[in-house]
Design a protein around this ligand. Sequence first.
Ligand code: ADP
Ligand code: MG
Length: 339
Amino acid sequence: MADILELSETLANQIAAGEVIERPASVVKELVENAIDAKAHTIDVLVEAAGVQLIEVIDDGLGIPADQVKAAFLRHATSKIYDKGDLFKIMTLGFRGEALPSIASVADVTLETAVPDANQGAYVQIKGNEWLTKRSGSARQGTDVTVRDLFYNTPARLKYLKSQSTEMAKIVDIINRLAFSYPQIAFHLQHNGKKVLSTPGNGNLQQVISSVYGVNNAREMLAVEAHDADFKVQGWIAKPQVTRSNRSYMTLLINGRYVKNYALTNALLKGYGTRLMVGRFPISVLQIEMDPRLVDVNVHPQKFEVRISKEGQLAALLEQMVQAAFQTVNLIPDGYENL
Ligand code: ADP
Ligand code: MG
C-alpha cells in the first residue's frame, strides 16, 4: 500500500469541478448566482461558441474587496455562511465556496472587481489554479468574470459535451429560470454577439414570462396565489389551451432557487384535472416562499434537488390553488394592459 497523503489543492479542485462544473451551463449558473448573491441589479452574460470559447458575466453588485480576491478562489472559502446554524437556514444561492476554485482549475479565468465607491478595483488571472496576474483594476462597481478555454486540461470532459446548440439551450434554460426567480434583476444574454434574451428588471414576472416565452403565451396565463401557515405561493399558470409536450415549461422556484420536484408538478397537473389532455403540460412559473429551515438545499452539489418538509401539505395547497383559479375565472386573460 502507498502512503496516505492529502490531495494537492489543484487536484482537490479538479475533483470538485467534476461534480460542480459538468458543462458550460454549470459555469453560467455558478457565476450568475454569485452576481445575484452580490445584489446585482443588472447581469450581462456574453457567450461564445456555446461557452467553450468564452463565458463572461458582468454584474453591478457589491464586488469583492481587493484584499479578499485571492481568498475567493480558495476551496471552501465563502462569505455566505459562517457556522452550522447558517447551513440550516440558507438565504443565498451559493454557500459551498467551491465554484470559483473549481472553475479556475479547468479553465483560464480573469476576475475584475470593485466594491462601491472604491478608488480602484482588483484584477486577477488564474489558469488551472496557477496565478498568472494580480494587479489593480477598474473602479467600476461590480464584478466581471471571464472564463476561456473551458476544460482545456480535462479532455474527457470536453469530448463529452454535446453539440453547440444543445449546450447553448442548457445555458438559455438556466438564465430563463433565474430570470423568473428574480424579476427585479435585468438579465441580458448574448451568444456570438447576438441578443438571445433580455428582461426588463422592473419586478414584473409576467413581463419576464413574455420575454422568455413570447407575448402571446404570456397573455394566455392566469395570475395565481395561495398561502397557508407555512407556504406562500404566487405566479402564473397557463390556460389549458397553452400546453407543451413535456414538463420543462413548468418552473418551480423555492426561496428564489429553481428546483425540480416531481410530486409538486404532479400536484399542479392534478389541479388542472381533466382540463389538460393526456401527455400535455402547461407553461407555469410559481414562486414559493417558505421558512428556509423547511427546505434542505444541501442534497446535491448543483442544488436542483431539494428536500422539503411538509411536502404533502405544499402539494395540496398547489392543487387547490389551481382548481380555484379555474373556478373563479371565466378564462378571459388578465393583465393585457401590462404587456
Ligand atoms: P460561494 O458562492 O459558495 O460562496 P464561490 O466560489 O462561488 O462560493 O465564491 C466565493 C466567494 O467569492 C463568495 O462567497 C463571494 O464572497 C465572492 N464572490 C464570487 N463572485 C462574486 C461576485 N460576482 N460579486 C461579489 N462577490 C463574489
Ligand atoms: Mg457561488
